[in-house]
Design a binder for this molecule. Sequence first.
Ligand SMILES: Cc1ncc(C[n+]2csc(CCOP(=O)(O)OP(=O)(O)O)c2C)c(N)n1
Length: 256
Amino acid sequence: MYYIKACCQLPLSAKLNGFDLVLVVGTEVWRYYPYVPGNTSPPGLEFLHITNDPHDAATALVSDSLLSDARLALEGLYQLLHSLEGHPMFEPKAVNQNFVATLPGDPTPSVEILPMMALHAWTAVVQLRPKNAIFVQESPSNSQDLVKTVLAIGDGSLHYSVQSIYTVVMHKVKLVYLVPVNDEYAILKEFAILEQTPNVPALDLPGLNAMAIAKAYGCPAFRAENALDLKKCFEEALLVDGLYLIEFLINLTYNL
Ligand SMILES: Cc1ncc(C[n+]2csc(CCOP(=O)(O)OP(=O)(O)O)c2C)c(N)n1
């Protein structure tokens, strides 16, 4: 399993170099955020696209699109793949490791570096991640009543879905909010660099208190100061039969 950070046309195309097949389910091909001119995909790469949105199917820049309910299509595909297990056509091509980022594997998150490096924070989380937990970003609607769901949402983005905390409290969903706090809109600072528009105002977010906000909505909330603390909080959260929010300070990504 490879994890690829997809963001924009040319950089994404470069990251896909060396792969032979991409399966895209339930989203556009591609979502440009931000748009960077260049090749959509490297030569020789094949795409399969499954969507229930005719607009996304019609506007996909590459790929054949199957207009279908994602679940039905994936169930069918799963059965098909099972029946073909061991077939030589499933031998993967050599992957260009330069463009592949594996999940962080550092087994000893540092407690000395404060605020934490984002890598140390996510490593602590990955080490405790239950196999059957659902991990989502900014998408509480994917939660299920019986399965623990972990939602990673930045301190900036939280304020655009803050009302979801109340919904989750009311519906008694088993959800853990993980809120990395970098006191900034880092992604928008990154865009400013890309677009060569320096000094964009109002991208610093000091002093927001996710823990206090969560508590105001009736959600138990904690602040983890370092990576070990985060592990302890997350371990506890996984045992709780309900909702839990953990905020943790991470280092500034852009100090502009
Ligand atoms: C639900 C929702 N989330 C986000 C946005 C807009 N948005 C895009 S990037 C961004 C800021 C991201 O900041 P943060 O979540 O702190 O992450 P960072 O980039 O700092 O890692 C926001 C608010 C939106 N309109 N609606």
